[in-house]
Design a protein around this ligand. Structure first.
Ligand SMILES: [Zn+2]
Length: 246
């Protein structure tokens, strides 16, 4: 589904629009002319559904060349192996996320505790996946005639990156699970979750003056994304954590 100039949403689960499998985060497709990139992979149980979304949008799936991961939680990254196989694409991630994904480390990505908590079915696993390049803070990734810039935004999870797309004056941010519409954040009882880091990441995102805000779940903002991020900043200014994503 096309949602903005050069931006489509091609997977979305139960915390979103129900386009594909329940356990898929939002997967965005960035259309850089002759080649495309996916932001996040989803949970990996409905690769056919993602391909169907892409073709249904009138786009050629063979042009998908790269997958950029925001973080390694299973609903965002367990689908990497299947997508890499299906599209022959390159997988890019932060060094920490690369380590977890290469190993399929279910403890590092908290799939072990999430499965126990009932967030995933018992048979849900994280297949290891090669990662082709590691992205440092500020790294630029060319997608055809567009450029995505990686932005370190830890707090929700270790090694979390947001991706910034600049088109003229317009700033779009794929914020993963660092901040959501309404200025909420997602703190979990996992080994790598940090309120302090989460707040610093929200402040980094607020400094961008975002137009398009495209998080990993729930709804998004095509315009005035800064109004959403500013709601989180308002809480922080009052010495309170931003509200929890529900
Ligand atoms: Zn997450």
């Amino acid at each position: 589904m096309k949602i903005a100039d050069r931006i489509h949403i091609v997977a979305s689960g139960r915390l979103g629009f129900g386009l594909t499998d329940d356990f898929d985060c939002h997967v965005y497709l960035v259309v850089g002319g002759s080649e495309y990139a996916l932001i996040d992979a989803g949970g990996g149980r409905d690769i056919d559904g993602i391909v169907a979304q892409i073709t249904g949008d009138g786009l050629d799936p063979t042009r998908v060349r790269q997958l950029l991961l925001t973080h390694a939680h299973a609903d965002h990254a367990a689908g990497a192996a299947g997508l890499r196989r299906r599209f022959g694409l390159r997988v890019l991630a932060s060094p920490a996320v690369a380590r977890y994904v290469r190993a399929g480390d279910e403890h590092a990505v908290s799939l072990d505790v999430a499965r126990r908590a009932g967030s995933y079915p018992p048979e849900f696993t994280f297949p290891p996946c090669p990662v082709d390049a590691e992205l440092a803070d500020g790294a630029e990734v060319k997608v055809g005639d567009l450029t995505l810039t990686a932005l370190e935004t830890p707090g929700h999870a270790s090694g979390h990156l947001a991706y910034v797309l600049r088109q003229g004056d317009r700033v779009s941010v794929f914020s993963g699970d660092a901040v959501f519409f309404g200025g909420t954040i997602l703190l979990q009882h996992t080994w790598d979750c940090s309120l302090q880091e989460s707040i610093s990441s929200v402040e980094r995102l607020a400094a961008l003056s975002v137009d398009g805000l495209y998080p990993g779940h729930l709804t998004f903002a095509v315009r005035h994304g800064r109004r959403q991020v500013d709601k989180a900043i308002q809480s922080i200014a009052n010495l309170l954590p931003p509200p929890q994503m529900a």
